[in-house]
Design a protein around this ligand. Structure first.
Ligand SMILES: [Zn+2]
Length: 408
């Protein structure tokens, strides 16, 4: 089966300039050729889809999402406010909607069990390629430790598909990493600091884990062939993550405060996933401590992005969606431009660079011969206005692995 997208302007995700009037030939799920629309070298029985006047992009990638989270309220986070079946269907809906927005790959940073990946692979639901961390790993008191403001621990029995992520010391860190991999984790997610929305007393610059614990975590994850994505905002915990050799820094709001950190990232090839969108939400929080933290970090966050770019660190797009609902994932891209990326770099942050962040750049992220045919067609020019990618009406075609998943 051959599909040809004919007449569109191609932005291939490598950072190369747009090419007008192209033909992207898809055969057996992969990109077979990228030529000019007039070349007409495809088989006669090919399905030709006229995308003249539109833009062809690689399927978009969100490097930091929480597909199975649907709010920050305690009862919701602890799965107390509705039956598990209802919650699972809510998650399935979010997964399907995300594909409909042109996102053909999503890395889940905690909360999504591997059964959802299986459901997409089996075709039970439509969805992006899912790469999941299963559960966030942190020590006692870290962001993955479920404790109420009263000090009570969450007593909901753990679901075997979502093992507990609290690790007790160096040896247990290795065991928890192994447990996540056994539960189907594609990537290991840990946290070495608090965050904007974490409990009082464990904020953006409060450390979690020792360097020894983090070294063990990274060593075990790498031994099992998994990358490590680390939630780290600032202070000593941020430095520990980098010294331990994680693969990406999530949030990284205060990377500008210690002049040694960004050069360490550049030297080790550590990717920066700033997740700007979630802090827009937190700056409107009704909780004063959350609002204050999100406001205090804003200028540092922008400075960190600019210094990272200048140092050659890859900056990629992640929404940290879930707690703040599931808004259009492409909402992150204009914010990256406001922080200093060019519009083309913002597109790379959600395509070619994002695939490198996930370690799947051999298969997806760019439109090149031999790659999996994950493609999105948008009405308009995203380089002129990235907001069009967040407009559902303009996402006219979504193809995953050569299969037309959405056509509007
Ligand atoms: Zn997150």
């Amino acid at each position: 089966m051959t599909i040809v997208l004919k007449g569109g302007t191609l932005i291939d995700g490598t950072g190369a300039a747009p090419v007008r009037d192209t033909a992207v030939v898809v055969h057996d799920g992969r990109v077979d050729a990228v030529t000019t629309a007039g070349a007409n070298t495809w088989p006669r029985d090919a399905e030709v889809i006229d995308v003249s006047g539109k833009t062809i992009l690689p399927g978009l990638i969100d490097c930091h999402d929480h597909m199975a989270l649907h709010g920050y309220e305690l009862a919701r986070r602890w799965n107390l406010d509705e039956p598990g079946s209802t919650k699972s269907l809510r998650t399935a809906q979010a997964i399907q909607q995300t594909l409909g927005r042109g996102y053909t790959a999503v890395r889940d940073a905690g909360g999504l069990d591997a059964g959802f990946r299986l459901a997409v692979e089996e075709g039970l639901i439509r969805g992006p390629r899912l790469y999941t961390a299963v559960t966030i790993i942190s020590p006692i008191g870290g962001i993955g430790d479920r404790v109420a403001p009263s000090g009570h621990e969450c007593l909901v029995p753990p679901d075997p598909a979502s093992p507990r992520g609290v690790a007790h010391g160096v040896e247990d860190v290795r065991n928890v990493v192994r447990t996540m991999v056994r539960a189907g984790a594609d990537v290991i997610k840990c946290a070495t600091t608090g965050g904007a929305s974490s409990r009082k007393g464990h904020g953006p610059k409060d450390a979690a884990f020792t360097l020894e614990e983090m070294k063990a975590l990274v060593d075990e994850a790498h031994a099992l062939g998994r990358k490590v994505m680390c939630h780290a905002l600032g202070g000593r915990g941020l430095r520990i993550a980098l010294e331990a050799g994680v693969d990406s820094i999530e949030h990284g709001c205060y990377l500008d405060e210690d002049p040694e950190l960004i050069p360490m990232m550049a030297e080790q090839g550590i990717v920066f996933v700033p997740t700007l969108l979630v802090y827009e939400y937190h700056r409107e929080s009704k909780q004063p401590h959350v609002k204050a933290r999100a406001s205090a970090l804003q200028a540092h966050h922008v400075e960190a992005v600019q210094r990272a770019l200048a140092a050659g660190v890859k900056v990629v797009a992640g929404t940290d969606a879930g707690g703040h609902g599931h808004p259009p994932n492409a909402g992150e891209l204009p914010l990256l431009v406001a922080a200093g990326l060019t519009p083309m770099q913002a597109l790379q942050a959600a395509t070619g660079w994002a695939a490198e962040c996930l370690g799947v750049e051999q298969e997806i992220g760019t439109v090149e011969k031999g790659k999996l045919a994950d493609l999105v067609v948008a009405a308009g020019d995203p380089l002129a206005d990235l907001r069009i990618l967040a407009d559902l009406e303009r996402i006219s075609l979504v193809i995953k692995g050569g299969v037309v998943e959405v056509r509007r």
